[in-house]
Design a binder for this molecule. Structure first.
Ligand SMILES: [Zn+2]
Length: 225
């Protein structure tokens, strides 16, 4: 695999600047992010990254935990789904509403971050990273409004701004366009097929059988730039 394909599938972290042991972002978006953060600070919002770069193995663990039932899977109404009632193909779709396939997460790229406003989190409350927190009655709503108005100025946009039949609306997910535009263009189904074929993913056979459909519905199906 060449360097670009390694980045696209989460198989390298050479492009990552680590803030601490858990949170890292692409070195080439560091300045833009700090500018966004400074501007938001003036507007009274302490923008904090909940999740940045994620490697293939981390995404694989998230996937397998959900597929096996170790981690709960929720529907669009935030209700826990009983996966034991679903067949494998239904499980795949249920997981993909909120979690990407390993090798296909935009978080592999390093230029994608999930953010919240730490100062808007009520005392004694922990971050859920669920849509209600960002909607008009939620505590992060001022952040949602600010991002809609200002993220663009700093090169960021929201690829999951609304539900398009694939991934759920994710008002917390920011993408740094100067990098993500290139990565999205370079990404392709053949790369994902090869990556999953040589992985420990489950259920591999069923996934590979419907991968072209999943690719269109969940991976390519994001907001227009
Ligand atoms: Zn995200």
């Amino acid at each position: 695999m060449n360097e670009l394909d390694l980045i696209l599938t989460g198989k390298t972290e050479q492009h990552i600047h680590w803030f601490d042991s858990k949170i890292g972002v692409h070195v080439e978006m560091l300045t833009a992010f700090q500018q966004l953060q400074n501007a938001a600070k003036i507007a009274g919002l302490d923008i904090t990254i909940a999740s940045g770069f994620r490697c293939f193995d981390r995404q694989l663990a998230i996937w397998l935990n959900k597929f096996s039932g170790l981690t709960s899977v929720k529907n669009a109404e935030n209700k826990i789904i009983d996966l034991s009632l679903l067949d494998d193909e239904e499980k795949i779709h249920a997981i993909m509403l909120f979690s990407a396939l390993p090798g296909a997460s935009r978080h592999h790229w390093g230029c994608e971050i999930d953010v919240y406003a730490e100062n808007l989190l009520p005392a004694g409350t922990s971050l859920a990273l669920e849509p209600w927190e960002y909607q008009s009655s939620g505590h992060f709503y001022p952040l949602t409004c600010w991002l809609e108005q200002h993220a663009k100025q700093f090169g960021f946009y929201l690829p999951y701004d609304k539900f398009r039949g694939g991934v759920a609306q994710e008002p917390w997910h920011l993408s740094y366009l100067p990098l993500s535009e290139q990565y999205q263009q370079a990404y392709n189904l053949e790369l994902l097929t090869a990556t999953l074929t040589h992985s420990e993913i489950k259920p591999k056979k069923q996934l590979l059988a419907i991968l072209p459909e999943l690719y269109q519905r969940y991976i390519m199906n994001v907001a227009n730039i």
